[in-house]
Design a protein around this ligand. Sequence first.
Ligand SMILES: [Zn+2]
Length: 231
Amino acid sequence: MNKPDAAPDDLLLRLRDFHSDYFPLHQQRFQDLVAQGQHPKTLFIGCSDSRLVPYLLTGAAPGELFLVRNVGAFVPPYDQSHGLHGTMAAIEFAVLSLKVERIIVCGHSHCGAIRTAYEGAPDEAVALKAWLKLVDEALLPVQPSREALRRTEQRAVVLQLERLMDYPMVRRAAEAGHLSLHGWHYVIEEGEVHVFDAEQGAFVPASLASHSGTGPYHPYVEHDGQILSDG
Ligand SMILES: [Zn+2]
């Protein structure tokens, strides 16, 4: 244990910086979010990878993204087992209680989850091995070349969108036109998200895309052409 007069560690310094530098500039927003509660319009399901920074990618402000992150950005198949499925619980809460208007599933280039699905996890990683089975259907019967990994990462995103549509509350909201599904593949080294276009059945770079992506079954028309509200 550090003595009270020990030099603060780096992380403690960052906490102090947030409180002293960032917070005073945005204090009103945070206090409004407490007084009025959160009303995010977007559920963002992203890989846990440290290089994927959803708030940077989307320019979102506090209160705009309801986040769930896991290894690979996977969506467990909907089942009635009532097990301890954190990702399922987050989806149910976001759709039923928060009534989000869009769900983004965001994979990325150089995803360790996808690579490990091909190469195998350490024997001791029992939960990880089981979890990675969620991407089995997206794996290709080839050696995991750079190109194959890229394709698999994208196939995995589409697979999760399809699984989402098996959630009754997701399907209901999507079919009623209240919810859209977006599949994204973030290419870290290019700084660009490729969005899944259900009509083309392909991922299109955001710089060339005409919308932020529509998932299976439900074409979504943005009112203002923005994935996130400005407000
Ligand atoms: Zn990843």
